[in-house]
Structure formats: C-alpha cells, structure tokens
Write a protein that binds this ligand. Structure first.
Ligand code: ADP
Ligand code: MG
Length: 699
C-alpha cells in the first residue's frame, strides 16, 4: 500500500480550520502556511468565509475538487459525519487529529468503530485518530501541531505518542538532525506501525527508520516484515513497558519467568531491530547510521590529544565487547616518522596536547588505511593550543576523502569546542558528549552490521513421531484435561527424540523392590500423583537409594508423609526410577506469548531456576546458532563450558535439545507452556536425560 497521498499531497483540506489562536485548527493551518506548502490549502469551516486570508468552505463538497489529503480537527462526535463526507466526495487519505476515541473507554471505542466502518466501506485510509499529524520537510508539509518544520534529512520517524514527537521536534532544532518524514500514529485505527514502517522502507528519502511504540498490532507479521526490512534499512525503536494487565497465572517455571518484556526483546533481536532506551540514544545511533558507513568489523582505533581520554575510550571498548584495534607495523611506522617523538604511534594514537589540526589530519588519514581498523574514534579536549574548529574541519575533510569507514567524534568541553562541534555536525560527523556514549554507539552499529551479514537462518527439522503426540494431545483436549501428566509428557518428549529415565510405578514396597532390582541400584523414588506439581516440595523425591532395605524404608516413609502434607492429593503410587549419573541440571522450556508465539527458554540450575534467575529467551523456531546463543547468553555459561578443572558439558547436545523442543511447540500450537526440569546434562559424549517434564495445553 502506498501512503503517497499522505506524504506528497497536491492539495490539503483542513476540516475544522479555525481563526482562533491557540486552537488546534488554527495551529495546523498556520503551520501549513508557515512551512511554505506549495500545494492548495482548503480550509473547511461553515462558520467562516476566510481564515488566514484563505477562502473557507462550508463543507468538503463545496470545494469542487477532491483534496489529496483531508485533515480532520472537529470534535469527536462530528468526526463520523465528516468521514461520510470524505467517502462521498471521494477523498482517500485522512488524518484524524481529534482525540476522544478508543483511548477514553467504551463510548470512544464505539465512535472509533464507526469511523473504521465508514473508511473500510469507501476505501479511505486513516492516520490517527488522537494524533499530532504528519510532517514531510522536503515537501514543506507540516500537517501537524507539533512544532516548526524541522530540517530535511534521512531519518523517517513514527511515534505512538504525540507528546514525544513534540519533544523531539523541539530537541532537534539545535542538533542538525534532519527527517524525511515524521508521523504521529495515534490510536492506529487503520494505518498502523507496520504500514508506516513499510512505507518508510520503500521511501527513497528515508535511510533510517526510527520510532517510539507502545504496542504492536500483530506480533508475528511484524517480526517477519521487520526482519525483511532491517536487512536493507535499519529500524531503531523505543518501546515503552506496556501494560500487560496483572501477572499471568503460569503453571510452569518458564511461564512464570517469561514476561511480555522478554518476548519483545526476543522479537526485536530476531528482526534485527535496534532497541533504544532513550531519545538521546536513539538519535545517537540514528545519526551515526544515517551519516556514516557501517563498520566491517569490531576493531576500533582511537586518535586523541589527551592520554586520559584515550584510556577512557579503551576501557569502554573492552567493556562493550568491541576489539581494541592492533595497528599494523606499517601504520605505526608511518605515524612515528611524522608525529613528535613523545607521541604514541600505537592505538590509542596520542597526537599530544599541543596538536593542531594538521597532526589530527595526518593521523586520521593514516589510521583509516590500516586493514586492522574498522572504525575510528576522534577525541579532543580543548587545551592551550587546541584549535577545535580547524581540527573539526580536518576531520570532515579526511572523512570526505575516505568515506568507507565510520568516523565518530567526541570533542569534550563546552564553549571552547562549540564551533568545532557545529562544524562536525554540519559535516555529517556524529559527535558525542562522552567517549563512553560514542563507543556504545559503535557497538550498536557493529552489532547491526554483523546481524545484516549473518548467515541465512536454517531451521533443522528432526525426524519425529508426530502422530503419537497428536494422539495424546487430542485425547486430553477432548476430555478437557489441560495438564498432561509427567508420564505422558515424557512420552511426548520421547516421540521428539528425548531420552527419559527408565522406571515404573509401584503401589507396595515389595513391588518397588522388584522394579529396582530390574533397573539396578541406585534408584530414585518419586511420589506419583496428578495433584502434586512440585514433588520435592512435599518430600516426594528421594534420590540415591542404594539397596533394598533403604528403598523399602524410603517407600514407607514417603507413603506416610506425603498424604499428611497434602491430604487432598490423589496418590497413585510411587515411581521407581533409574538414577541418572551425576551431571549439571538445566531447564529447557517454552511459554507461548500472546503476541509473538512460542518463546523458548534456557536456564541454569534445575530446581533452583527461580532462585538463580539465570535464564535466556528466544522466539521459536530456533536455528542451531540461535539455540547455542541462548546458552551463551546466560551468566553462568562459563560453568557449563567447564571452569577450574571442572569438566564441561556437551554444549551442542543441549542446543539440539532446544531445537527439538522448538520443533515440538511449533508443530503443536495447542501446547501453551512446558518445562523439562531438570534436563540432566553430562560431559561430552553422554546423552542428556529429561528427568522431569510438564506440559500444559490450551484450546
Ligand atoms: P520436582 O521438580 O517435582 O520436585 P523432579 O523429578 O524434578 O521433581 O526431582 C527433583 C530433583 O531431584 C531434580 O532436580 C534432581 O536434582 C533430582 N532427581 C530427580 N530424579 C532424578 C534421577 N532420576 N536421577 C538423578 N537425580 C534426580
Ligand atoms: Mg522438576
């Protein structure tokens, strides 16, 4: 769908244009005029003959031609009638500024439904209602009451909050930040965030898509489309926490640990969306991407006139997981020939406190040629001899001669460096207020560059017994049983290639001893009841039983104690299970997010998972790389790999377990939540065992 008549209208009707200063209908009309809009403006207001020197029309029909764009500012109750007029005269693009719709409750929601109906019937597209309007600087179009027309540039911005857009417009005035389009999307009654993002993706004037969102209309389509778009144009989003009503009731560990926040995080990661926590961050990143090439790798070189500042940058580079570039001998030699003897010709290159612009120019020029350098950060503090303006000019000059690697700058200080900063901004060199924030930006753009070059996602399909799982889930759903027992959960897992411990149910101590004899000691006893979710909590698990007498005693004790603790529970017997060889306990799980679908979890610690909270999430279906990354993303990954002489576990085998689980929950949308906890994993070469499992269904 093209939004062209929104972005580039030949004529605009303003319904509710007003003569009264301070009224939105006045602000928008005067903003349109002030911005120097070149098309025709038709104010519509039955109570006036002229407004701001323009002929005023009593209604849309009396204009006598179809306006490309209609802006509606009349009170909410009147909006449906105006929408009818739009439909009748054949107007196709409407911005409804008016508030008082869905956002105020039931009554407003009904009104919003009405306008959506009219729009659908007549194929009218709506931006809003309850929005600030739209700005296209290059077309001198300011159809908003957000502020003055900003500079034209290459950032396309969409905002679900009008107030935030007004703040941005005010902030960017002094920053030389330019926009291709700014769109306030309001209640998204019709045109939603994805429509806008797609339009910006197709817009040749937009190089970077940025925005602020509070909600996403359709999570899975959004992820798919955003992933496609991010491949060519970066998307940078701020997303506010949102208001998921109350904590959802969860029967699994995974369900209780996964929130809507984690789902968004995973969705953004999958789609390559750059998440921003503040407006400042967002514009730091957006400016750098809009003005500089993407780095080819993580290696950063620093050119500075102050040692301390250089060290701050080095620290930040290491902290952020970037690489402090090791210059080639050739570069070092070239530098040392021309720089004064006291200067440092290694990274960070210290051109010394008395450096004028020529030294900076020389050093920057040489460093950019080094094959080991992907990004250069130029630092400057205003010392006695420093010429900040001339240095800024030199940086801009080198950058225009050698435009293939990103250059970022931090001129630290205030009045003494102000002129230099302005020259940098005008010369399209991103300028930061600390080495730390510059390095943070380098990290973000390097990660994005790497994401773009990532190998194609290949999701492996394992041969499984789907039929068997279908039988179990169908039977449960038919009987309205939504919790699958541990035994049948394990059957499901076996059908998907998991190994579970051998065992059988006993109702007497004698029986238990017979089973144990067959399994071989040591064994584990577990209370067997559909009503007991966490067996160890009620003394229902006894591990390491080494012989017959010990086993029989444990059996009697369990059958005596558990009913006392849980008198209402239906106890079917005791499970005698083979004892798994000592390994590390991890958890594999899934919780289905209402917006984004199955969210996989990997975590450390088995029964301690909630205590440790060392978990990571990612959206299914998982590739092998993504599954492995989930492991790496836990804090205690090092422990898994093996530290201090402790043997590590088989990482690839755990990652495969996650992929198998991901296949299961992708193929069975009726699975709502599940845990394998613990998943007992041993050293390389051993097979992990799904010791305990729980699956919950939904209709
Ligand atoms: P629940 O989670 O209901 O309390 P589990 O079956 O997960 O019960 O057992 C609790 C803990 O007991 C596990 O985390 C594990 O440490 C230990 N355990 C249980 N079964 C075995 C087994 N077959 N081999 C070794 N350890 C086991
Ligand atoms: Mg368990």
């Amino acid at each position: 769908m093209s939004l062209d008549s929104f972005f580039n209208p030949k004529s605009v009707a303003i319904v509710g244009a007003s003569r009264q200063k301070g009224k939105v209908g006045y602000e928008i009309l005067t903003n349109m005029i002030k911005a120097g809009y070149k098309g025709k403006i038709f104010p519509v207001n039955p109570k006036a003959d002229t407004v701001e020197g323009l002929k005023c029309y009593p209604d849309l029909k009396s204009i006598g031609e179809i306006p490309d764009l209609v802006i509606i500012i009349v009170p909410a109750k009147t909006v449906p009638a105006i929408m009818q007029q739009c439909a009748k005269v054949g107007a196709r693009s409407v911005i409804i500024i008016t508030a008082g719709f869905k956002e105020i409750g039931e009554e407003g929601k009904e009104l919003e439904e009405q306008i959506i109906q009219i729009a659908r019937g007549a194929r009218v597209r709506i931006i809003g209602p309850n929005c600030l309007g739209l700005i296209v600087p290059a077309n001198n179009l300011n159809a908003s009451f957000g502020g003055d027309l900003p500079a034209a540039g290459s950032i396309g911005y969409l905002s679900q909050s009008g107030a935030l857009m007004a703040a941005i417009l005010d902030m960017v005035k002094s920053q030389s930040i330019g926009f291709s389009k700014l769109i306030s999307i309001g209640n998204k009654a019709d045109v939603d965030e994805l429509d806008i993002i797609k339009a910006l993706a197709d817009d040749p004037d937009t190089k970077v898509i940025a925005g602020y969102l509070e909600s996403i209309t359709d999570g899975s389509i959004f992820v798919r489309e955003a992933e496609r778009i991010s491949h060519n144009k970066p998307i940078l989003l701020m997303k506010s926490g949102g208001t998921e009503a109350g904590a959802k009731a969860a029967s699994s560990h995974t369900g209780s640990l996964a929130g809507s926040e984690t789902a968004y995080e995973s969705a953004f990661a999958r789609a390559g969306i750059i998440r921003c926590d503040s407006i400042k961050q967002q514009f730091d990143y957006a400016q750098s991407i809009a003005t500089q090439p993407l780095p080819k790798g993580p290696n950063v070189a620093v050119v500075t006139n102050a040692g301390g500042l250089g060290i701050m940058a080095v620290d930040a580079i290491e902290r952020r997981g970037l690489v402090f570039a090791k210059l080639t001998d050739e570069t070092t030699k070239k530098l040392s020939v021309k720089l004064p003897p006291a200067a440092n010709s290694h990274n960070p290159i210290d051109v010394l406190g008395d450096a004028l612009s020529d030294r900076y120019e020389f050093a920057l020029d040489v460093v950019l040629d080094d094959v080991n350098v992907d990004t250069v950060l130029v630092l400057l503090t205003p010392q006695a001899m420093t010429k900040s303006a001339a240095t800024a000019e030199a940086v801009v000059k080198v950058s225009s001669h050698k435009p293939t690697k990103p250059i970022l700058a931090c001129f630290l200080g205030a009045s003494k460096v102000e002129e230099g900063k302005q020259i940098l901004r005008d010369g399209r060199i991103p300028q930061f207020d600390s080495p730390e924030s510059a390095v943070e930006t380098i990290k973000v753009i390097s990660d994005y560059a790497r994401w773009r070059n990532r190998p194609k996602r290949v999701v492996r399909l394992f041969p499984v017994n789907r039929r068997k799982v279908e039988n179990i889930t169908d039977r449960h759903l038919r009987q309205d049983i939504l919790e699958i027992s541990e035994a049948e959960s394990k059957e499901i897992l076996e059908a998907y290639g998991f190994v579970t411990p051998k065992g059988a149910i006993a109702t007497t101590a004698e029986q238990a001893a017979n089973i144990a004899e067959q399994l071989g000691y040591p064994v584990v006893l577990k209370i067997w009841s559909p009503d007991i979710l966490h067996k160890s909590d009620v003394g229902g698990v006894k591990v390491g039983l080494a012989g017959e007498q010990e086993l029989k005693d444990a059996f009697d004790l369990m059958m005596y104690r558990v009913p006392k603790k849980r008198p209402e529970a239906h106890i079917l017997g005791v499970l005698v299970q083979e004892m798994c060889s000592k390994g590390k306990e991890v958890i594999l799980g899934m919780s289905r997010d209402p917006h984004f679908g199955p969210l996989m979890m990997f975590g450390m610690g088995g029964i301690m998972v909630e205590v440790l909270q060392d978990v990571s999430f990612y959206l299914a279906p998982l590739t092998a790389e993504e599954a492995k990354q989930m492991l790496i993303n836990t804090r205690t990954y090092q422990i898994l790999k093996g530290v201090r002489g402790q043997e590590g576990v088989d990482i690839d085998v755990i990652a495969e377990g996650l992929q198998r689980l991901s296949q299961l929950v992708t193929e069975f949308p009726q699975i709502k939540e599940m845990d394998i906890n613990p998943y007992m994993v041993g050293p390389e070469g051993t097979t992990p065992v799904a010791v305990d499992a729980r699956i919950a269904l939904e209709k």
